[in-house]
Ligand binder design. Structure first.
Ligand SMILES: *Cc1c(COP(=O)(O)O)cnc(C)c1O
Length: 462
């Protein structure tokens, strides 16, 4: 491909992108594709000879868009959002073009220094005290794994990274049952094991019960285990539950345990000062993760891990072989030393574009609208005969079910998602099958939310 071809194709693809985004409301939200359709449409063997871009692009248009679930669709109310505000998409196009490997300061100074500045902008935006640092990771799962590694190594006085875990007391991690499965996986990968992730009972509001945490730590010490850390949940995935942050952190601190708050979704909402009471006391944690790629609008992937003091995490994860030394710059910040993967993308640029293009106030307005519309949708569904609210709105997430029971609820969900005008997903809550409804897509309007409510009512009958 010549650079002239590249220029022309970049323009065509930019046009296609705007047309795609503009037409999303006319597409079904969830892919209406049968399993195997795309696989079968692709040749079984790779081409030996070059194919023209014209043909490649025509095949893309023929095979791909209709077989996608459209995460930027304004009537996407499933899972949590993966918002890509258009300004952040533009930053990603530039990053893709420079295609730098941002592992060390020297390999891309702008990426490193902008990352430091963006972390500090976001620290101020969510109201954390001065002095907190941080790093941008690919996903909350990676940030949580980094924190769990730090919990493990701190408890073992950094013997684990040298000698392994054989012969050591079992490091124990505490979390509630509302905590995301990424905590379980972090314990698997860190060699801690599922059995050493202690799920603490929750109170009537589905937050971790402080007395139960205290009792579990005491029982573990008596049994010769090694309490290492607590993972707290703010805005859990199933129903948006939060732990009582200040009470749990106080116990963890008394016990000398490292703490990590998983606010992957709800952390974005902390740019609104009136919502910060939900994580009051968070500044006493050691580590906090939130995903600007969820609710804030930074194109996936972009997960921010704040650290009160990075020293323990750096001691747990820094490796500096000769070939990664930067002679004369031993003190430079090399963010790959803060995380598990060595290679890193330039993720700070999309935050820079996003925060400047909308302003914090523009981003806050979106989140406040989403919460208000979610409350409105909840009341409209509550008023429908045959439907009931199971969990009340937390941030912008609530859940509902058919009064007729689980089977009727699952049928309704399938009808909604086959219809295509909106997209919702399910969870189990207290043994019941429920439909989650979260409002958070960057460009959705009140009209989109109310249209989804109308679809639910229409398909539920009654
Ligand atoms: C989405 C989510 C995660 C996982 O985030 P990834 O970035 O996909 O790894 C973890 N915890 C909570 C509460 C989440 O909402």
């Amino acid at each position: 491909m010549t650079l002239e071809d590249f220029r022309n194709w970049s323009r065509r693809i930019a046009d296609w992108s705007a047309t795609y985004l503009d037409g999303l409301r006319d597409r079904p939200v969830r892919a209406q594709t049968a399993p195997g359709e795309v696989f079968d449409a692709l040749p079984a063997t790779p081409p030996e000879d070059a194919t023209s871009m014209e043909t490649i692009f025509a095949d893309f248009e023929r095979l791909v868009p209709d077989a996608m679930t459209h995460w930027q669709h304004p009537r996407f109310f499933a899972y949590f959002p993966a918002n890509a505000a258009p300004a952040s998409m533009l930053a990603e196009q530039l990053v893709t073009t420079m295609a730098a490997q941002c592992m060390l300061w020297q390999t891309s100074p702008a990426a490193t220094e902008m990352e430091t500045r963006m972390i500090d902008w976001l620290r101020q935006a969510v109201g954390l005290p001065e002095g907190w640092r941080g790093v941008i990771q690919d996903s909350a799962s990676s940030a949580t794994l980094s924190a769990v590694m730090t919990m493990r190594e701190r408890a073992l006085d950094w013997r684990g990274i040298r000698s392994g875990l054989a012969g050591e007391a079992a490091p124990r991690i505490y979390a509630s049952a509302q905590t995301h499965s990424s905590v379980d996986k972090a314990c698997w990968v860190a060699g801690i094991g599922q059995d050493n992730l202690v799920k603490i009972a929750t109170d009537s509001d589905y937050g971790m019960d402080p007395a139960a945490l205290r009792a579990a730590i005491a029982a573990d010490r008596a049994a010769g285990h090694l309490p290492a850390g607590v993972v707290l949940c703010v805005g859990g995935t199933a129903i948006g539950a939060s732990d009582p942050v200040a009470a749990i952190l106080a116990i963890a601190q008394e016990e000398g345990l490292y703490t990590h708050i998983d606010a992957a979704w709800a952390g974005s909402a902390m740019i609104c000062p009136e919502l910060r009471h939900i994580w009051a006391g968070a500044e006493r944690a050691d580590s906090i993760v939130f995903n600007p790629h969820k609710w804030l609008g930074a194109q996936f992937d972009c997960s921010v891990q704040f650290l009160k003091d990075p020293t323990d995490q750096l001691k747990s994860l820094t490796l500096r072989p000769d070939y990664l030394e930067t002679p004369g710059m031993e003190d430079a910040v090399n963010y790959s030393e803060w995380t598990i993967p060595l290679g890193r993308r330039f993720r700070a640029l999309k935050l820079w574009f996003l925060i400047r293009a909308y302003g914090l106030e523009g981003l806050r307005t979106r989140i406040r609208n989403h919460i208000a519309w979610s409350n409105e949708a909840c009341e409209a569904i509550r008023a429908r005969p045959g439907l009931q609210i199971v969990t009340e709105p937390r941030f912008s997430l609530f859940s509902f079910a058919c009064t007729a029971g689980d089977e009727a609820t699952a049928d309704l969900l399938e009808r909604i998602n086959t219809d295509g005008r909106t997209y919702l997903t399910q969870t189990r809550h207290d043994g019941r099958y429920v439909i989650r409804f979260q409002v958070g897509q960057f460009d959705c309007t009140r009209g989109d939310v109310m249209e989804a409510v109308g679809v639910i009512g229409e398909l539920a009958g009654g």
